[in-house]
Ligand binder design. Structure first.
Ligand SMILES: NC(=O)c1ccc[n+]([C@@H]2O[C@H](COP(=O)([O-])OP(=O)(O)OC[C@H]3O[C@@H](n4cnc5c(N)ncnc54)[C@H](O)[C@@H]3O)[C@@H](O)[C@H]2O)c1
Ligand SMILES: O=C(O)[C@H](O)COP(=O)(O)O
Length: 619
C-alpha cells in the first residue's frame, strides 16, 4: 500500500446541474435508495392527506376548480398538479404514470390550498412558486417542473431547504425564443407593428415608417448561451456583425460561429443593436440601467426576450425619450402582465409582445414532453438531467457507486447512534480510501448519504440529495472529506469508507478510536455493505437488519452465551464477528440480528458477566 495522501475538502454547498439516482436493484435484490422517495413519515402524511380528500384529484385536461376536483384518480399513483397550459403529448405521458390535475389560473391562495395534495407541480413562467408554496405543501411536494428555461419564478433556496427537486426544460424552446428575437429585431427595424396598426386605422404613411437596414450593423448579444448563440447564427445570416458579452461563455464556441466575445463596455459602446439573453439573477437584475444607457451609441436599438427584470424599465423610458435608444422590442416585462398604463408598452418607439418567445406549437410540444419526462423520472427517483438544485451524478458513476451509497448511509446511521445523547455533533470527517485519482471519484452522492444517515435518526427532517449539504450546514454539522490514495487497481471505486465524529462521547466507548473520535469503517463485499471496523476493533459483519455491538473480555464461550440469550427470545442472528486487539484481552463482537430484541433481552445480554459494554443499533 502506498503512503496515504490525504486531501481534505470541506463539504461544498454549491449547487450544480444534476442527475439523480434511480432505484436500481442491488446485488441482493433490494432497491438502492431513490433520493426523492418519501420517507416513512411523509408517506404517512401523504396517506393521511389522501384520506382527507373529498374526491380524488382531477385527471382531466380541462381546467379543474380547486374546490371540486374531478374524480377518476388512481389510488397509489402520485399526483401531478399542472398549473399552466401544457402540450398534449406531455400531458399524455404524465397521465400514464400519475394522476394529473390540470388547474390553470389558480390564485396564490388556491395553489397553497391544493399543493399539500400533490407530489409534483408543473408551471411555466406565470406561476410564482415561492417559499409559501413549499411550506404549504407540508413535505409532500417532491418535484417542481418548470416547463421552460427561466426558473426565476421558483424560490430555489426554499425548494432546496424543503428537499424538493426543481427540474426545467432547458432545450425545447431555444429555437422558438431565438426566432422570436429575430422576429422582433426585424419587425422593429422596419416598424412593422406600428405600420400595421396605422394602416388598419385607415392611414397610408409611407414616409413615417422608413426603417433601418440590418446588413453591416453591429449586434451585441448579452448572454451567449443557448438562445443567444442561436440568435447570433441567424443574425450572421442577415449580414450583421455579431459580438457577444458573456463572462462564462467559451471563446472557442463563439469563434466557431464567427462571433467575437467582448467586454460589457465594448458591447455597450459599439453596438447598433443589443439583444438580451442572460438569465435574471441578482447579478443581472437591472443590468441595463441609466449608467449603461449613457454609454451606448446614440440611436441604439434594444431587443429583450430574456426577462423584463434585466432592464431598469424607468431608465429605458428615459433613454427612449432622450433619443439614446431609438427603439426597443420587448417580449418580457418586470411585472407580467404589465399595467395598462405601462409607459414602455404605450411608447410609440417600442414594439411589444406578451411573453411569446417560447410560444410556438413545436416548442410547446417539445417543452411539455421534456418536462413530463423529467418530472416522471424524478418522481421515480431516477436520473434527472435537467435538475437545477442538486449535484450532478452521471448515470455510469451512479451505477458504479450504488452499493457504496447504501454503505455510506448505513455508516452515517451507525456512527450517529454511537454518540452519547445522540446529538451535539459538530464535526464529521469522511475518509475514502481508493486507488482512483481524486478527480476520478465523485463523492458528493456518498457525502449526501452519510449526511442522511447522520441526521435522520436524530431529527425530524428528511434528507436527500437535494437538501443534504443545506441540512448539515443548518444544523451546524461540518462535514469534511479526506481521500487516501491506495496502490492497486482503480477498478473498484472505493476500498473502504470511514466516518469519524470528533469531540463527542460515545455510548459504546470502544467505538472511540486512537484519534479520540468515534470511528466506523465499512467496505462493499460482493456488492453487500459490511461493517469492518469499530473504533480500533476490526470486525466483519454484513450491514443488514440491525446490529448489536458488545465489548467483552476475550474468552471462550462468549459467542455462545450471547447467541443463546438471543435464541431464547427468538431473535435470529444473521452474522457474527469478533474483533480483538490481542488474544485473551478485550474483543468487540458485532452481531447482526433480523429482529429488534426486546429491552429485557438486551438487559440479559448486559448481565452476562464478561460483557463490559454493549449497544443496539438500528440500520
Ligand atoms: N421570452 C421567452 O419566452 C424566453 C424563451 C426562452 C428563454 N428565455 C430566457 O432567455 C434567457 C436565456 O435562456 P437560455 O436558454 O439561452 O439560457 P442559457 O443558460 O443557455 O444562457 C444564458 C447565458 O447567460 C449568460 N450569463 C449569465 N450571467 C451573465 C451576465 N451577467 N452577463 C452576460 N451573460 C450572462 C450565461 O453564461 C449563459 O451563457 C433566460 O432568461 C430564459 O428565461 C425567454
Ligand atoms: O424561460 C422560458 O422558458 C421562457 O420565458 C418561456 O416562458 P413560458 O413557458 O412562460 O412561455
Amino acid at each position: 500500500m502506498a503512503a496515504p495522501t490525504p486531501t481534505a475538502a470541506a463539504a461544498a454547498t454549491t449547487h450544480h446541474r444534476i442527475l439523480l439516482p434511480s432505484p436500481s436493484p442491488s446485488p441482493r435484490g433490494a432497491l438502492a435508495p431513490a433520493f426523492l422517495r418519501l420517507p416513512h413519515r411523509e408517506q404517512a402524511h401523504a396517506r393521511a392527506q389522501r384520506a382527507r380528500l373529498p374526491a380524488p384529484l382531477a385527471a382531466a385536461a380541462s381546467t379543474a376548480s380547486p374546490e371540486a376536483p374531478a374524480s377518476g384518480a388512481v389510488p397509489g399513483k402520485p399526483t401531478v398538479l399542472v398549473a399552466e397550459k401544457l402540450g398534449a403529448a406531455g400531458l399524455a405521458l404524465l397521465r400514464e404514470f400519475a394522476n394529473v390535475d390540470c388547474s390553470y389560473g389558480l390564485s396564490p391562495e388556491e395553489l397553497r390550498a391544493k399543493i399539500s395534495l400533490c407530489d409534483a407541480l408543473i408551471v411555466r413562467s406565470g406561476t410564482k412558486v415561492g417559499r409559501d408554496v413549499f411550506e404549504a405543501s407540508g413535505g409532500r411536494l417532491r418535484v417542481v417542473g418548470r416547463a421552460g428555461v427561466g426558473i426565476d419564478n421558483v424560490d430555489l433556496a426554499a425548494a432546496t431547504e424543503h428537499g424538493c427537486l426543481v427540474v426545467n426544460a432547458p432545450t425545447a424552446n431555444t429555437v422558438a425564443a431565438a426566432e422570436h428575437g429575430i422576429a422582433l429585431l426585424t419587425a422593429m427595424a422596419r416598424n412593422i407593428a406600428q405600420a400595421d396598426a396605422s394602416l388598419k386605422a385607415g392611414k397610408w404613411l409611407r414616409n413615417k415608417y422608413v426603417g433601418v437596414s440590418l446588413v453591416g450593423k453591429t449586434l451585441a448579444i448579452l448572454g451567449f448561451g443557448k438562445v443567444g448563440s442561436e440568435v447570433a447564427r441567424r443574425a450572421k445570416g442577415l449580414g450583421m456583425h455579431v459580438v457577444a458579452h458573456d463572462p462564462y461563455a467559451s471563446a472557442d464556441r463563439a469563434r466557431a460561429i464567427g462571433v467575437e466575445l467582448v467586454s460589457m463596455e465594448e458591447a455597450m459602446t459599439t453596438a447598433d443593436f443589443i439583444s438580451l439573453h442572460m438569465p435574471l439573477t441578482p447579478a443581472t437584475n437591472k443590468m441595463l440601467n441609466d449608467e449603461a444607457f449613457a454609454k451606448m451609441k446614440k440611436g441604439v436599438r434594444i431587443i429583450n426576450v430574456a426577462r423584463g427584470g434585466v432592464i431598469d424599465e424607468e431608465a429605458l423610458v428615459r433613454a427612449l425619450d432622450s433619443g439614446i435608444v431609438a427603439q426597443a422590442a420587448l417580449d418580457v416585462f418586470t411585472k407580467e402582465p404589465p399595467a395598462p398604463d405601462n409607459k414602455l408598452v404605450l411608447h410609440e418607439n417600442v414594439t411589444v409582445t406578451p411573453h411569446l418567445g417560447a410560444s410556438t406549437v413545436e416548442a410547446q410540444e417539445g417543452v411539455a414532453i421534456e418536462i413530463a419526462e423529467a418530472v416522471i423520472g424524478a418522481l421515480k427517483g431516477e436520473l434527472a438531467a435537467s435538475a437545477v438544485n442538486a449535484p450532478m451524478v452521471p448515470a455510469e458513476v451512479l451505477s458504479e457507486l450504488a452499493p457504496f451509497v447504501v454503505l455510506a448511509e448505513k455508516l452515517g446511521r451507525l456512527a450517529v447512534q454511537l454518540v452519547a445523547g445522540g446529538g451535539g455533533i459538530k464535526s464529521v470527517k469522511v475518509t475514502y480510501a481508493s486507488a482512483r485519482a481524486p478527480d476520478d471519484l465523485d463523492t458528493r452522492l456518498l457525502r449526501a448519504m452519510i449526511t442522511k444517515g447522520l441526521i435522520e435518526p436524530i431529527s425530524s427532517v428528511f434528507v436527500n440529495l437535494v437538501n443534504a449539504d443545506f441540512t448539515a450546514k443548518q444544523r451546524g454539522v461540518r462535514i469534511t472529506e479526506e481521500r487516501i490514495l491506495l496502490d492497486g487497481s482503480p477498478e473498484t471505486p472505493i476500498e473502504y469508507i470511514q466516518v469519524h465524529i470528533a469531540n463527542v462521547e460515545s455510548k459504546f466507548p470502544s467505538a472511540i478510536s486512537e484519534t479520540g473520535e468515534i470511528t466506523v469503517e465499512g467496505r462493499v463485499k460482493d456488492g453487500v455493505p459490511h461493517l469492518t471496523k469499530v473504533g480500533a476493533f476490526q470486525v466483519d459483519v454484513s450491514l443488514e437488519g440491525s446490529l448489536i455491538l458488545c465489548r467483552q473480555v476475550d474468552q471462550p464461550g462468549m459467542i455462545g452465551a450471547v447467541g443463546s440469550v438471543l435464541g431464547e427470545e427468538n431473535v435470529n442472528v444473521s452474522f457474527m464477528s469478533v474483533g480483538r486487539i490481542a488474544p485473551r484481552k478485550h474483543a468487540v463482537m458485532a452481531i447482526g440480528v433480523d429482529e429488534e430484541p426486546s429491552k429485557s433481552t438486551l438487559a440479559k445480554i448486559g448481565e452476562i458477566p464478561a460483557i463490559e459494554e454493549f449497544v443496539f443499533l438500528k440500520l
